[in-house]
Design a binder for this molecule. Structure first.
Ligand SMILES: Cc1cc2nc3c(=O)[nH]c(=O)nc-3n(C[C@H](O)[C@H](O)[C@H](O)COP(=O)(O)O)c2cc1C
Length: 177
Protein backbone atom coordinates (compact mmCIF):
# COMPACT_ATOMS: atom_id res chain seq x y z
CA UNK A 1 0.00 0.00 0.00
CA UNK A 2 1.23 3.44 -0.99
CA UNK A 3 0.51 5.93 1.81
CA UNK A 4 1.09 9.68 1.79
CA UNK A 5 1.19 11.48 5.15
CA UNK A 6 0.75 15.25 4.82
CA UNK A 7 2.14 17.27 7.72
CA UNK A 8 0.67 20.77 7.70
CA UNK A 9 2.71 22.04 10.65
CA UNK A 10 5.49 24.57 10.20
CA UNK A 11 7.27 22.81 13.11
CA UNK A 12 9.13 19.89 11.55
CA UNK A 13 9.62 18.22 14.94
CA UNK A 14 6.36 19.26 16.62
CA UNK A 15 3.29 17.41 17.89
CA UNK A 16 1.92 16.72 14.41
CA UNK A 17 5.24 15.24 13.27
CA UNK A 18 5.34 13.07 16.40
CA UNK A 19 1.80 11.79 15.78
CA UNK A 20 2.66 10.99 12.16
CA UNK A 21 5.77 9.11 13.32
CA UNK A 22 3.55 6.99 15.59
CA UNK A 23 1.15 6.37 12.71
CA UNK A 24 3.97 5.36 10.36
CA UNK A 25 5.28 2.91 12.97
CA UNK A 26 1.82 1.36 13.32
CA UNK A 27 1.17 0.91 9.59
CA UNK A 28 1.60 -2.59 8.11
CA UNK A 29 5.16 -3.66 7.34
CA UNK A 30 5.82 -3.33 3.63
CA UNK A 31 3.71 -0.17 3.25
CA UNK A 32 5.38 2.49 1.15
CA UNK A 33 5.13 5.55 3.39
CA UNK A 34 5.90 9.05 2.19
CA UNK A 35 5.78 11.74 4.88
CA UNK A 36 5.63 15.22 3.37
CA UNK A 37 6.45 18.29 5.44
CA UNK A 38 4.44 20.78 3.42
CA UNK A 39 6.08 23.78 5.08
CA UNK A 40 9.46 22.77 3.63
CA UNK A 41 8.03 22.98 0.09
CA UNK A 42 7.34 25.98 -2.10
CA UNK A 43 3.57 25.90 -2.61
CA UNK A 44 1.65 28.99 -3.66
CA UNK A 45 -1.98 29.67 -2.86
CA UNK A 46 -4.49 29.15 -5.68
CA UNK A 47 -4.86 32.37 -7.69
CA UNK A 48 -8.34 31.54 -9.05
CA UNK A 49 -7.16 32.26 -12.62
CA UNK A 50 -8.98 29.15 -13.89
CA UNK A 51 -6.13 28.50 -16.37
CA UNK A 52 -6.08 24.86 -15.14
CA UNK A 53 -9.68 24.48 -16.32
CA UNK A 54 -8.71 25.59 -19.86
CA UNK A 55 -5.49 23.61 -20.23
CA UNK A 56 -6.32 20.12 -18.93
CA UNK A 57 -5.27 20.57 -15.31
CA UNK A 58 -1.89 22.31 -15.23
CA UNK A 59 -1.42 25.10 -12.68
CA UNK A 60 0.33 28.23 -13.96
CA UNK A 61 2.41 28.27 -10.76
CA UNK A 62 5.70 26.44 -11.27
CA UNK A 63 6.32 25.35 -7.71
CA UNK A 64 6.50 22.09 -5.74
CA UNK A 65 2.77 21.42 -5.77
CA UNK A 66 2.66 19.60 -9.12
CA UNK A 67 4.98 16.85 -7.91
CA UNK A 68 3.11 16.59 -4.60
CA UNK A 69 -0.25 16.29 -6.38
CA UNK A 70 1.16 13.47 -8.53
CA UNK A 71 2.13 11.64 -5.31
CA UNK A 72 -1.32 12.22 -3.83
CA UNK A 73 -3.07 11.03 -6.99
CA UNK A 74 -1.01 7.81 -6.95
CA UNK A 75 -1.60 7.13 -3.22
CA UNK A 76 -3.83 4.33 -1.92
CA UNK A 77 -4.20 6.14 1.40
CA UNK A 78 -3.82 9.75 2.44
CA UNK A 79 -3.53 11.32 5.88
CA UNK A 80 -4.21 15.01 6.42
CA UNK A 81 -2.39 16.05 9.60
CA UNK A 82 -2.37 19.55 11.03
CA UNK A 83 -2.03 21.53 14.21
CA UNK A 84 -5.20 23.48 14.99
CA UNK A 85 -4.76 27.11 13.95
CA UNK A 86 -7.68 29.35 14.84
CA UNK A 87 -10.17 26.46 14.86
CA UNK A 88 -9.02 25.06 11.52
CA UNK A 89 -6.12 23.53 9.65
CA UNK A 90 -2.97 25.51 8.86
CA UNK A 91 -2.69 27.74 5.79
CA UNK A 92 0.09 25.45 4.53
CA UNK A 93 -2.21 22.40 4.38
CA UNK A 94 -5.14 24.44 3.06
CA UNK A 95 -2.96 25.73 0.21
CA UNK A 96 -2.33 22.14 -0.93
CA UNK A 97 -6.03 21.24 -0.65
CA UNK A 98 -7.03 24.32 -2.68
CA UNK A 99 -4.58 23.27 -5.39
CA UNK A 100 -6.61 20.01 -5.74
CA UNK A 101 -8.85 22.29 -7.88
CA UNK A 102 -6.55 21.75 -10.90
CA UNK A 103 -6.63 17.95 -10.66
CA UNK A 104 -10.14 17.09 -9.52
CA UNK A 105 -10.71 14.51 -12.29
CA UNK A 106 -7.45 12.65 -11.56
CA UNK A 107 -8.06 12.83 -7.81
CA UNK A 108 -11.55 11.38 -8.26
CA UNK A 109 -10.28 8.62 -10.54
CA UNK A 110 -8.39 6.70 -7.85
CA UNK A 111 -10.11 5.46 -4.71
CA UNK A 112 -8.32 6.34 -1.47
CA UNK A 113 -8.60 5.64 2.21
CA UNK A 114 -8.31 8.87 4.19
CA UNK A 115 -7.68 9.81 7.80
CA UNK A 116 -7.23 13.09 9.63
CA UNK A 117 -5.01 14.03 12.55
CA UNK A 118 -5.59 17.36 14.31
CA UNK A 119 -3.62 18.51 17.33
CA UNK A 120 -4.48 21.67 19.19
CA UNK A 121 -3.63 23.23 22.52
CA UNK A 122 -7.18 22.59 23.76
CA UNK A 123 -8.13 18.97 24.43
CA UNK A 124 -11.27 17.48 22.83
CA UNK A 125 -14.20 17.59 22.88
CA UNK A 126 -14.15 20.97 21.14
CA UNK A 127 -15.92 22.39 18.10
CA UNK A 128 -12.58 22.92 16.32
CA UNK A 129 -12.01 19.16 15.99
CA UNK A 130 -15.54 18.62 14.65
CA UNK A 131 -14.92 21.41 12.14
CA UNK A 132 -11.63 19.95 10.91
CA UNK A 133 -12.91 16.36 10.70
CA UNK A 134 -16.07 17.65 8.97
CA UNK A 135 -13.97 19.52 6.41
CA UNK A 136 -11.95 16.41 5.52
CA UNK A 137 -15.10 14.27 5.40
CA UNK A 138 -16.69 16.75 2.99
CA UNK A 139 -13.61 16.56 0.74
CA UNK A 140 -13.84 12.74 0.80
CA UNK A 141 -17.53 12.85 -0.10
CA UNK A 142 -16.82 15.21 -3.01
CA UNK A 143 -13.88 13.20 -4.37
CA UNK A 144 -15.43 9.78 -3.73
CA UNK A 145 -12.76 8.77 -1.21
CA UNK A 146 -13.32 6.58 1.84
CA UNK A 147 -13.10 8.45 5.14
CA UNK A 148 -11.63 6.10 7.75
CA UNK A 149 -11.63 8.31 10.83
CA UNK A 150 -9.52 10.75 12.76
CA UNK A 151 -7.33 11.30 15.75
CA UNK A 152 -7.74 14.61 17.56
CA UNK A 153 -6.04 15.66 20.74
CA UNK A 154 -4.51 18.50 22.72
CA UNK A 155 -0.71 18.76 22.66
CA UNK A 156 0.94 15.70 24.15
CA UNK A 157 4.68 15.91 23.51
CA UNK A 158 6.76 15.50 26.65
CA UNK A 159 3.83 13.98 28.59
CA UNK A 160 4.57 10.26 28.86
CA UNK A 161 1.00 9.25 29.78
CA UNK A 162 -0.55 11.25 26.98
CA UNK A 163 2.04 9.95 24.50
CA UNK A 164 1.29 6.31 25.42
CA UNK A 165 -2.45 6.98 25.05
CA UNK A 166 -1.83 8.69 21.70
CA UNK A 167 0.19 5.70 20.48
CA UNK A 168 -2.72 3.35 21.23
CA UNK A 169 -5.36 5.52 19.54
CA UNK A 170 -3.17 6.19 16.52
CA UNK A 171 -2.48 2.45 16.12
CA UNK A 172 -6.27 1.89 16.02
CA UNK A 173 -6.55 4.52 13.28
CA UNK A 174 -3.65 2.96 11.34
CA UNK A 175 -5.48 -0.38 11.35
CA UNK A 176 -8.41 1.25 9.54
CA UNK A 177 -6.27 2.50 6.64
C1 LIG B 1 -1.28 30.63 15.01
C2 LIG B 1 -1.71 29.59 16.01
C3 LIG B 1 -3.06 29.38 16.20
C4 LIG B 1 -3.48 28.38 17.09
N1 LIG B 1 -4.83 28.19 17.25
C5 LIG B 1 -5.26 27.20 18.05
C6 LIG B 1 -6.66 26.94 18.18
O1 LIG B 1 -7.50 27.58 17.57
N2 LIG B 1 -7.02 25.94 19.00
C7 LIG B 1 -6.11 25.17 19.70
O2 LIG B 1 -6.53 24.25 20.42
N3 LIG B 1 -4.79 25.39 19.58
C8 LIG B 1 -4.33 26.38 18.78
N4 LIG B 1 -2.98 26.58 18.64
C9 LIG B 1 -2.02 25.68 19.32
C10 LIG B 1 -1.48 24.59 18.38
O3 LIG B 1 -2.51 23.96 17.65
C11 LIG B 1 -0.76 23.49 19.19
O4 LIG B 1 0.32 24.07 19.90
C12 LIG B 1 -0.26 22.35 18.32
O5 LIG B 1 -0.03 21.22 19.11
C13 LIG B 1 0.99 22.67 17.55
O6 LIG B 1 1.30 21.57 16.72
P1 LIG B 1 2.76 21.37 16.10
O7 LIG B 1 3.68 21.13 17.26
O8 LIG B 1 2.67 20.19 15.21
O9 LIG B 1 3.08 22.61 15.33
C14 LIG B 1 -2.53 27.60 17.79
C15 LIG B 1 -1.15 27.83 17.58
C16 LIG B 1 -0.75 28.81 16.71
C17 LIG B 1 0.73 29.05 16.49
Amino acid sequence: MNIVLLNGSPRAAGNTAEALKMLAEALPAGSKIDTVNIASLKIGACKSCFACKQNGGTCVQKDDCGELLDKIIAADALVFASPVYFMGITAQLKAVIDRFFAKVDQLKAKQKKVAVIAIGGTPPPAAQYEAIAGHIQAICAYLGWQYCGGYCTGSFQGDQNKTAEAKKEIATLAARL
